[in-house]
Design a protein around this ligand. Sequence first.
Ligand code: FUL
Ligand code: CA
Length: 683
Amino acid sequence: MKKYVWPFLALGLSYCQEKAVPPAPVLPVPHERQIAWQELQFYGFVHFNMNTFSDREWGFGDEKPEQFNPTALDARQWARVAKEAGMKGLIITAKHHDGFVLWPSAYTEHSVKNSPWRDGKGDLIREFVDACREYGLKVGIYYSPWDRNHPDYGKPEYVTYMKNQLTELLTNYGEIYEVWFDGANGGDGWYGGANEERKVDKRTYYDWPTMHALVRELQPNAMMFSDAGPDVRWVGNEHGFAYETTWSNLMRDSTYAGMPDFDKWASGQENGTHWVPVESDVSIRPGWYYHKYEDHKVRTLPDLMEIYYKSIGQNSSLLINFPVDTRGLIHEKDEEAILKMAAKVKEDFAVNLAKDASFEASEDRGKGYEPTNLNDGDFNTYWTTSDGQVQASVEIDFGKEVSFNRLLLQEFVNLGQRVKSFSLEKEVNGSWEKVAEGTTIGYKRILRFADTQAQKIRVNFLDSKDIPVISEIGVFSAPALLFPPKITRTPDGKVNIQAAESDLEIFYTTDGSTPEKGKNAYSGEFDVVSAQTVQAIAVDPTTGNTSEIALVEFDLPKVSWKVASSDEKSVRAIDENIHSYFTTENNNFQVDLGNTSELTGISYYPMQARYPSGFIADYAVEVSENGSSWKEVARGEFSNIAASPIEQYVRFEKVPARYVRLKSLKTTDGNKATVGEFGVITR
Ligand code: FUL
Ligand code: CA
């Protein structure tokens, strides 16, 4: 600034007050529609469609419109819950893989118009859109490219069908903020009765260039989601977790390879050519669709907070799913969970300790870019340095000693994502001590660390692609969370309950009743040798605060079971530890239960590992009383197991069995079937 002053002295002081030259952008930078979208950060998914009624995760495509029959559908309830939870929009499954559509499309009979709901006169997209508008929520559309119902799937005609339907959806319902193209593609299906396997090349089959152009033409502001963009990309898992290092930059053109390669681009790329930010999607229950048997598996508050910090806190937007139930409502338990999360987020960020602190930077760029921009609550004002000053630091003086455990940073990414490494220090007796460190920042980064006290702290920007350009720095003290205890069982039926901290008390039940403070204290292992539900709470004896309930449904203990295999590692499939696994020799997993029991189902936990293999995709279950004559009791697919390797259940008519065989008819990757944990169900 100073060096430009003298030639203009004659123009008077006002000229000196002009802003310094803004920093040059570092490419790639977000498009306007991405800038508008990144502010939303938190929005919801509604998975509600045919699967809700067929009790599946992926329908086969042979379902009948008559099956779609919600009894008390109220889209306004969904919108109210989303709004109260602080969500800025909702995205609905207009068409899932089974092909059934929620609006009276002119291009198919497989739709609500042939269902009993609203006597076939209903249009659920209309009701959804109206409810969202009423509550001030943005409207998003999930449209599955894969269609297991359509007879033409795999042929060019189907791509025309897709364009026609998208045209209906993007023309008739007003402004759409996000169009969600699911990455799951091709495979077996009903396909109008053909009942066969149809593989497509998802990069070329759908004619993406024309498809994208169509969406742009009809909804210029809509963000298009898919595994790799073009506008927003998948985080690469369904846990809702982004990565400590998360770049919004992506080599978009070379990464549209889809899932098999997602490890290569899940974190983005520092030198990525395009701006394709991350969205973390996760369901509030294990499944995306509603299943009554998951009513007790709604995510706990600590789970949801972990998701919050690992998505929004790691440069990602967060998309939490509600599996709307068969009534057509967000289940009470899901509502309770999301509202608890919203309240906790508010609580964690209630007071920004940096709001009234004084900020001093090692250097600034001049007028308009001072460190006072860092705590004005405005993303669009920022502090930055002179060209070339890539390393810089900001000191924050609270005026008195404060206690804190969160640091929030926002980069002004409208000029490109830059920071590669930063640290937080506090002043202790005149010298600096490291508290925490991080890599990328992006739109928002939140660091969590143990409670720490200081009057002065310093944020060091250690390495950046160019000068750091920072919008906001916040410091918070989030109240501690009480975690529900962990309930585990050994193969011989000994149940152990553990609280996250040793000074907490535990109370539990085994009879299905709700555990209560002061009633039935846990004092050590106990036996659970039949199908029983164990529930427990942790209580802080000093404050009296109680955790949420932990609940585990145990079935028969596995101590006398034998896997039919000479491989000693086979016990790892029945060791009550989901993190150990067994690779089958011939895709058959067979167990001798030691004696005959009345079985109503089996459970299969796929291998839980960073690089898993051999997930069973198609299965058959056979049982035997004597080990020589066998009977098939179930056959089907473990839908969506590749993207979401959660525990799978197979239910069948009650049958006496001593021997059980889980046969893998197909694995997701063609490798030998693996088993993380196998169990039987007798209840
Ligand atoms: C996946 C789908 O296969 C799931 O069923 C679900 O819709 C999830 C959001 O995306 O790819
Ligand atoms: Ca600011």
